[in-house]
Design a protein around this ligand. Structure first.
Ligand code: FES
Ligand SMILES: [Fe+2]
Length: 450
């Protein structure tokens, strides 16, 4: 079994697993809950790629900070007195105490509870108690002993990413073609987005990849998994197969998504936001909105940042329920083999009306918040898949990723206005296979291009 093999043997298993997903459309189920594979993910994925930490609007004022993680590495994301953003490793340079322990706050300095070293929110070391007694008349070289910044930090349309890899390619290049599609989430208004409160967080006994993969384009599960929400009358759709029609897309090495829902009315966005999206998006993007009447619904930027754009009926006071759109950004934070913490933000256009912001958040909470009906449906699957992958059998057990392989061709170049490769259906596995190829390329560290 994989768990008992040495590194070389794991490498061989992973090579065969990659061949299998590429050539046969089959995935080795053991990847969902195996400690030696998890260790490699930490080393070769989460220590090498870009990971989303926070949205700029979470720290709007000088002194604001939030605490974030890349797997087990804790970072303080701060905004200094000049308005600049820093991502600082949350470990005192003296003896390694965790400097900041509150999830969010406002402070110009962080004082270590152990011996009292004090750092500015830029990371600069300011104060060392009894400095001359401890370090002599010259004192300590404060520049040398400043807080350690994340090896890389870059901001993409208000989204703050960091990487443990000093040599990672620039974020914009990493996002690549996927940026064209992310515009639909992030650039509808020139005012930009803001978070509605802090992210919700909850721990799930499930593998992070299940969620990342589901968010790429698993329209197929909705007709089965989400029947409970439909039957309860919470989701009013004409057919349970409401995501059958649409387009699945692979965009660059790190991006996958699906578009659909044929909203007809720009997802029911208020006219002000419709006007600004038509103004802010480019001609080709507007063509998709107008001609095809579709928008990106779900997307994942490899490895663990996902987007979900949907709409849900919300009853305004004294009025009939209307469909209100919402946007959530996710981080599937790995905590160990078969375990993750989900971080979920709800975002709205900064210049939207207060009423829209409130209703959009209500639509989000009722469906994909921690207690949302659709979220609960999905959680049951992901934890069940993880549980059964823990056993010995899953080391020889292969899963089906062949939907669309025999009968669906990509939309010919020239007929699709966006970048990447688009497939004219949602009940297919092209994006999923692309995700897994990227995953194995990183694990095997041979053609990951970053
Ligand atoms: S561990 Fe922080 S001051 Fe000593
Ligand atoms: Fe779902």
């Amino acid at each position: 079994m994989i768990g008992e093999t040495r590194e070389k043997e794991i490498y061989e298993v992973l090579q065969e697993a990659r061949r299998s997903i590429e050539e046969d459309g089959k995935l080795l189920s053991k990847v969902y809950n195996e400690s030696s594979i998890f260790d490699l993910e930490v080393k070769r994925i989460f220590s090498k790629t870009w990971v989303f930490l926070a949205h700029e609007s979470e720290i709007p004022w000088s002194g604001d900070y939030v605490l974030r993680r890349i797997v087990d590495d804790s970072f303080i994301v701060t905004r200094d007195e000049d308005g600049d953003i820093h991502v600082l490793f949350n470990m005192c340079r003296h003896r390694g105490m965790q400097l900041c322990r509150s999830d969010a706050g406002n402070s110009s300095h962080f004082r270590c509870p152990y011996h009292g070293y004090t750092y500015q929110n830029t990371g600069k070391l300011n104060g060392v108690p009894f400095q001359k007694e401890a370090y002599g008349p010259e004192g300590l070289d404060k520049d040398e002993w400043a807080m350690t910044p994340a090896p890389r930090m870059e901001i993409y349309e208000g989204m703050i990413f960091a990487s443990l890899n000093p040599d990672v390619q620039p974020l914009e290049e990493y996002i690549g073609d996927m940026g064209w599609y992310l515009d639909f989430y992030l650039k509808k208004s020139s005012a930009g987005l803001e978070v509605v409160g802090p992210p919700q967080r909850w721990i799930m006994p499930a593998d992070w990849k299940l969620a990342a993969e589901n968010f790429i384009g698993d329209g197929y599960h909705t007709q089965s998994t989400h029947m409970s929400t439909i039957k309860a009358g919470i989701m009013r759709v004409k057919s349970p197969a409401y995501l059958k029609e649409g387009v699945q897309i692979t965009a660059g090495k790190h991006g996958c998504l699906f578009m659909g829902f044929k909203p007809g009315s720009y997802f029911n966005y208020p006219q002000g936001i419709v006007d600004s999206m038509l103004e802010n998006l480019n001609e080709d993007q507007v063509e998709l909105l107008k001609e095809e009447s579709i928008m990106p619904l779900n997307a994942t930027v490899f490895p663990n940042t996902s987007f979900l754009h949907s709409a849900m009926a919300v009853e305004a006071e004294g009025e009939l329920a209307t469909s209100v759109p919402y946007l959530t950004i996710r981080v599937w934070q790995p905590m160990g083999p078969g375990k993750m913490e989900i971080w979920s933000w709800c975002l709205v256009e900064k210049d939207a009306t207060e009423e829209f912001k409130k209703n959009s958040n209500r639509a989000y909470l009722s469906t994909f918040g921690a207690s949302g009906t659709l979220e609960q449906d999905d959680a049951e699957n992901w934890s069940g898949q993880t549980r059964v992958a823990a056993g010995e059998m899953s080391g020889q057990h292969y899963l089906n990723y062949s939907a669309g392989a025999k009968h669906v061709e990509p939309i010919p170049e020239g007929e699709w206005p966006g970048p990447g490769t688009a497939y004219p259906k949602n009940y297919v596995d092209f994006a999923q296979r692309h995700f897994w190829q990227t995953y194995f390329d990183h694990l095997l560290d041979d053609r990951n291009g970053s």
